[in-house]
Write a protein that binds this ligand. Structure first.
Ligand code: ADP
Length: 161
């Protein structure tokens, strides 16, 4: 049977326990999950793309069917290159829906076989986003309940530069 490969795209700036919750759910359902960090020219980043990918790689180490990659350009082109048509996204709250709905619809217009599959994280991560982590870090708050320990360290190192 054909392997079911799914692409989970995002900024992951930095990876949070919310992302990891979605990755675990997707990895239970699909044969392979490719977590892909995308270069977003408009967004201001805390970590560059290589740092984000390295933190993700460390966070998913030990998850056998999960790999990490980076991409630039249109998601539909990237997905085709990876020989799949499944995209994973996370839904935290209804407020995510409007944006996600728009992206999914646009992607389907560009490439009709694409299927966007949404996962809900456990309740305690529904408020969590990378930007919340960046905001807390900005004011030297404790992010240890929100991101893995190596990300806590990377944030501290960035702040002390
Ligand atoms: P963010 O900066 O909002 O974390 P990303 O681009 O890194 O954004 O997010 C990639 C995908 O992961 C998006 O579909 C986003 O909705 C989802 N996501 C991010 N954080 C969570 C979370 N805490 N729970 C569920 N999904 C999430």
């Amino acid at each position: 049977m054909k392997k079911k490969i799914a692409v989970y795209p995002g900024s992951f700036d930095p990876v949070t326990f919310g992302h990891l919750d979605i990755i675990d759910r997707a990895a239970k359902i699909f044969d392979q999950v490719i977590v892909s960090v995308f270069v977003h020219s408009e967004k201001k980043h805390m970590f560059d793309i290589d740092e984000r990918a390295a933190m993700l790689k460390r966070a998913v180490k030990g998850k056998k069917n999960v790999s990490v990659d980076c991409f630039e350009g249109l998601l539909v082109d990237y997905v085709r290159k990876k020989k799949t048509d499944i995209v994973i996204r996370g839904l935290r709250a209804i407020s995510d829906l409007e944006y996600e709905f728009q992206i999914a619809a646009v992607n389907r217009t560009l490439y009709s076989p694409i299927e966007t599959v949404f996962f809900m994280p456990r309740q305690r991560y529904t408020y969590l986003s990378s930007s919340v982590v960046r905001d807390i870090a900005h004011f030297n708050g404790d992010v240890s309940k929100l991101v893995p320990p190596h990300v806590v360290k990377a944030i501290a190192a960035r702040k002390n530069k």
